[in-house]
Write a protein that binds this ligand. Structure first.
Ligand code: EPZ
Length: 417
């Protein structure tokens, strides 16, 4: 099996251009299904989840192909409305296609996404939003069938779910009349989706706030759009510099998307300077423990940055309390870090990380995307060799983690073990 092999102890130095945001491009690719024409999505990252989305679009009868840093999708005449199990299993978040397929085709069939590496992934809010727009949904044995003409409605989400907000937006674009989505997620990826929907003619307002309004039923057309930089990938490289020491600049990302992450890194002792489209982090002394890090919906501290930041804080002085409020099972990297000598104690949603003087390399296993990346970061600062297996999890969200870290000065390579 493939493994990332890291020889720790090398500080990083250099710049990384951050690729397009996975969690922005996935709903945007689903939204391409709404446009009866050709859409060009620029700055589209080359990730396995993106490839899975293109497979789904092709299965639905769209043309979908990569052209350099862009993908071109033509949904002029889609023919399908089902997403078979095999394709659903390729990508956890394929439920995001539900609203778009139902809105465009008048019916949709897909299997309910099972749990994933982060614990149960309920979709009750997705289904409630679709039902609120008049969609009739039947669930039998893990399969979902939806049908019906959609009409505008006032939707209220019981929590600001990113995916449910996106599904509601896509379905509402095809619903006759006005839809409001209250308690909508405010993530930057939602704002990016609004930008794309406007580019294909949809009338959507309010993304980034808690109330989004959609004037549905307006004629749509093809269009082009450039995806925002991936704030979590940027946070990962900043945390890598905080872990290994040295100076790293990330470019192609909006520094405002990383405010909470930058604040914690500064409090830990890093020098963090932000420019319009770049952030530079320098770490030369030991890191300090920081005030409790509580994950929360945007603009709170992002759950996806919890593991990378924890990796950085495993070495240094003092302790940090993490409280993971978004997912039930997002500490699966902890036992692996403890095997490397980290001092981390878990109590339900709480993790207490106390900095140690040194970590030692070990054979560890990635069990999910961000936890896997955090094991690489721990390896950067461990003495000796760390071998990370389960790299397929990491490749879902990072275009070339080993290549980028190597060009920054890390001793890292991929090999078959
Ligand atoms: C999106 O997942 C991201 N994925 C996640 O990134 C990210 O961690 C998460 O938002 C939170 O920011 C994509 O965008 C593809 P949620 P999503 O719906 O939409 C509960 C990564 O590493 N919930 O905001 O699934 C849910 O169980 C991934 O890139 C319901 O109860 O997240 C969770 O506890 C991991 N019912 C909370 O809400 C629902 O119907 C937040 O989930 C939906 C969600």
């Amino acid at each position: 099996m493939s493994a990332y092999i890291i020889e720790g102890g090398h500080p990083l130095d250099g710049s990384v251009r951050i690729h397009g945001a996975k969690n922005s491009v996935l709903p945007i690719l689903a939204a391409c299904l709404l446009a009866p024409g050709e859409c060009v999505i620029h700055n589209c990252p080359e990730l396995s989840d993106v490839a899975a989305s293109l497979d789904i679009l092709r299965h639905l009868g769209c043309r979908a192909e990569r052209q350099g840093d862009a993908v071109v999708v033509d949904a002029s005449a889609p023919t399908g409305w089902d997403v078979p199990d095999a394709l659903m299993r390729e990508m956890r978040s394929s439920v995001i296609f539900l609203g778009a397929i139902l809105g465009r085709m008048g019916r949709a069939e897909l299997c309910a996404p099972g749990g994933c590496e982060l614990g149960p992934r309920p979709i009750d809010l997705h289904l409630g939003a679709i039902r609120g727009l008049g969609g009739r949904i039947t669930e039998d044995g893990g399969g979902l069938r939806a049908e019906g003409a959609l009409r505008g409605a006032d939707l209220v989400l019981s929590l600001p779910s990113v995916g449910a907000t996106e599904n509601a937006m896509l379905a509402a674009v095809c619903a006759a009349g006005t839809t409001t989505i209250t308690n909508a997620a405010r993530e930057p990826e939602i704002v990016d989706l609004q930008g794309f929907l406007r580019a294909i003619g949809a009338k959507v307002h309010g993304a980034g706030s808690s109330v989004i309004t959609v004037e549905g039923g307006v004629p749509l057309h093809g269009g082009s759009y450039a995806v925002m930089g991936d704030r979590i990938v940027a946070a990962t490289y900043l945390a890598a510099a905080a872990s290994a020491g040295g100076t790293v600049e990330v470019t192609g990302v909006d520094y405002r998307h990383l405010s909470t992450v930058s604040a914690v890194l500064r409090e830990a002792g890093c020098d963090v300077q932000s420019g319009a489209e770049s952030i530079r982090l320098r770490r030369d002394g030991p890191l300090q423990g920081v005030r409790p890090v509580r994950t929360a919906p945007y603009p709170g501290f992002p759950t996806d940055a919890q593991a990378p930041l924890m990796a950085a804080l495993t070495r240094g002085k003092g302790c940090t309390v993490f409280v993971e409020n978004i997912f039930d099972s997002r500490y699966r990297h902890v036992p692996e870090m403890v095997r490397m000598g980290a001092d981390i104690r878990l109590e339900g949603r709480v993790a207490v990380v106390c900095g140690v003087d040194r970590l030692h390399g070990a054979a560890v296993r990635a069990k999910e995307l961000r936890g896997g990346a955090s094991l690489v970061l721990a390896g950067l600062q461990a003495e000796g060799e760390t071998a990370v297996t389960g790299v397929e999890h990491i490749q879902r969200g990072y275009e070339d983690l080993t290549g980028e870290l190597a060009q920054l000065g890390a001793d890292i390579r991929q090999e078959e073990r």
